[in-house]
Design a binder for this molecule. Structure first.
Ligand SMILES: O=c1ccn([C@@H]2O[C@H](COP(=O)(O)O)[C@@H](O)[C@H]2O)c(=O)[nH]1
Length: 233
C-alpha cells in the first residue's frame, strides 16, 4: 500500500514536476502542488500530475482573504477535484466556513502555524505563542468552522489530536529524515516520529525531490514508516 506521504512537488517547471511525480508515485499516496507551480501553470499542472501518476493531488494554495473572495477561489479550484485544498486558519472562522461551503467535495485543510516559524518569529508578528498554543487555538477555531483537516508541525500532532479527536485529518510538513538538512523549516521531526505521534499524512518535499534518486528516497521513507506502523512485523 502507498505510504501516507504527500510529496511536495515544488519544481521550477512542469517537465521536472511530471518527472518527480512519476518517480515517487509508486511509493506514496499523494503529490502536492503549491504556489510555485500553480502560479505558473494553473490547472494544467493538476491534470498533468494526476494523469501521469494516478495519485491524489493536494492543492496547497493557502488561501487567505475575505470570505467572499476565498469562497470564489475555492469554488473555482474545486472544479479540478483536488483531494485537499489549504486555507490559512488565521483567515478566521467565516473565511474557513466559506471555503468549506464552496468546495463540498474537497477536504479543506486549515494551516495552523507555518512550520517555518519558531516562537521568536511568532512574537515578532504579534501572534501569541508559543507555537504549540497558537496551533491549538487555531485548530479548534478551524474545526468549529467546519475544516476536516489541519496542517501543523509534527510537534503539535499529539496535542491537536487530543483537542480535535480522531476524525480530523492531521497533515504535517516540517518532516526531515534523520541527518537531513532542515533548510527553512523550524519545527521539524523525523518521518517515524511524525507517524508515531499520530499524523495521518506527512508532507515531504526537498528530502525526496532533491535526492539523486527521488523514487528511491520516497521508497526508503515509505519502508521506514511501514516499520513504525507494524513494529512487530
Ligand atoms: O506549515 C507549512 C505548510 C505548508 N508547507 C509546505 O510543505 C512543503 C514542505 O517542503 P519541504 O521541502 O519538505 O520543506 C512546502 O511545499 C511548503 O510550502 C510547509 O512547509 N509548512
Amino acid at each position: 500500500m502507498a505510504a501516507p506521504i504527500a510529496v511536495a512537488i515544488d519544481a521550477p517547471d512542469i517537465e521536472t514536476a511530471a518527472r518527480w511525480a512519476s518517480e515517487v508515485a509508486p511509493h506514496v499516496s499523494t503529490v502536492k502542488v503549491g504556489l510555485e507551480l500553480y502560479l505558473r501553470y494553473g490547472p494544467e499542472v493538476v491534470g498533468t500530475l494526476r494523469g501521469g501518476t494516478k495519485t491524489s493531488v493536494f492543492l496547497d494554495l493557502k488561501l487567505h482573504d475575505i470570505p467572499a473572495t476565498v469562497a470564489g477561489a475555492a469554488r473555482n479550484v474545486a472544479r479540478f477535484k483536488p483531494s485537499i485544498l489549504t486555507v490559512h486558519a488565521a483567515g478566521g472562522r467565516d473565511m474557513i466556513a466559506a471555503a468549506v461551503e464552496a468546495a463540498p467535495q474537497t477536504t479543506i485543510a486549515a494551516v495552523t502555524v507555518l512550520t517555518s516559524l519558531d516562537d521568536s518569529a511568532l512574537a515578532e508578528i504579534g501572534l501569541a505563542g508559543p507555537a504549540g498554543d497558537a496551533a491549538r487555538r487555531l485548530a479548534v477555531l478551524a474545526v468549529e468552522a467546519g475544516a476536516r483537516a489541519l496542517v501543523c508541525s509534527p510537534h503539535e500532532v499529539a496535542s491537536l489530536r487530543a483537542e480535535v479527536g480522531p476524525d480530523v485529518m492531521l497533515i504535517t510538513p516540517g518532516v526531515r529524515p534523520a541527518g537531513a538538512d532542515r533548510g527553512d523549516q523550524a519545527r521539524v521531526a523525523t518521518p517515524e516520529e511524525a507517524i508515531a505521534a499520530g499524523a495521518d499524512l506527512l508532507v515531504i518535499g526537498r528530502p525526496i525531490t532533491r535526492a539523486a534518486d527521488p523514487g528511491a528516497a520516497a521508497a526508503k521513507i515509505a519502508a521506514a514508516l511501514r516499520r513504525v506502523e507494524a513494529p512487530s512485523a
